[in-house]
Write a protein of this length. Structure first.
Length: 266
């Protein structure tokens, strides 16, 4: 499957999609020109900086594949992927922040404590199943809002480091306004409930990519691949995935049979 070659081939797409989810107004051709070091009219210096910082952060991830990341490594990653809006790159958040849901309710994550963050990172690194491990890193750093800023970018990069190391695929946002909004709604719901089921299922179906999954999307003419099919593709590449397809995707064997048949008939 070679997800490392996939990343090299589609890195511009990945960065464009991440920037889109961050509200950056650059088109894909404009993003490509920026990544080539060219100046693009109409793109603010702050938007330009976000795109370049993402490129640097992906290089940092690629250069450190195979090495467990601990507190100092992750703090450096956050600093690298930060832009000028982050006045304390790589530093723990020291102020209260809140997340607002669709009903205008607020949720406040606790202020992070360095000892707790270090302890959690150590425990996350002990997870053997790479799919579970990658999503666990993503879930912890998005919900806890560990750093002063750029936590979502840091979370995606950490998850992808694990996925790349184990030849699973790449997780990145969809450059589609409706699907991106759906993802953000589920993310906020996870913040409040701590239940990852709907969020992880959504991410697997819409945002997990590798050569085989992209081929399935192209053949079915659908951006969405049923969760159980995504897991079957991932599990076929490695014996280290222990996640049960039925539990992880929240479906029964009978439902999987029906979903598979429906998907094949499209």
């Amino acid at each position: 499957m070679n997800t490392k070659s996939y990343l090299k081939r589609y890195l511009n797409d990945v960065i464009y999609s991440q920037a889109f989810s961050e509200g950056i107004a650059a088109t894909f051709p404009e993003t490509e020109r920026i990544l080539e070091g060219k100046k693009v009219d109409g793109i603010s210096s702050s938007d330009y900086e976000v795109i370049i910082s993402l490129k640097r952060a992906w290089q940092y991830i690629y250069d450190n594949l195979g090495k467990d990341f601990y507190y100092e490594d992750i703090a450096l990653l956050n600093a690298i992927v930060s832009d000028a809006t982050n006045d304390r790159p790589g530093q723990l958040r020291q102020e209260d922040v809140f997340v607002r849901d669709k009903d205008n309710n607020r949720w406040y994550p606790e202020l992070p404590k360095e000892f707790d963050v270090r302890d959690t990172i150590f425990k996350l690194n002990q997870i053997n199943d790479p799919l579970e491990k990658g999503f666990a890193f993503f879930a912890y750093f998005t919900r806890s809002q560990v750093f002063n800023n750029c936590n979502k970018r840091t979370s995606f990069l950490l998850a992808n480091k694990v996925f790349l190391e184990n030849e699973l695929g790449i997780l990145y946002p969809t450059p589609n306004a409706a699907k991106d909004q759906e993802y953000k709604i589920e993310l906020v719901e996870y913040y409040k409930s701590q239940n990852t089921d709907k969020l992880f299922k959504l991410l697997l179906e819409n945002n997990f990519h590798n050569y085989k999954l992209d081929s399935i999307r192209k053949e079915s003419k659908s951006e969405t691949v049923p969760c159980h099919i995504v897991l079957e593709v991932i599990k076929s590449s490695t014996e280290s995935i222990k996640s049960d397809v039925y539990d992880f995707c929240g479906v029964t064997k009978e439902e999987v049979h029906g979903l598979t048949k429906d998907h094949q008939e499209r």
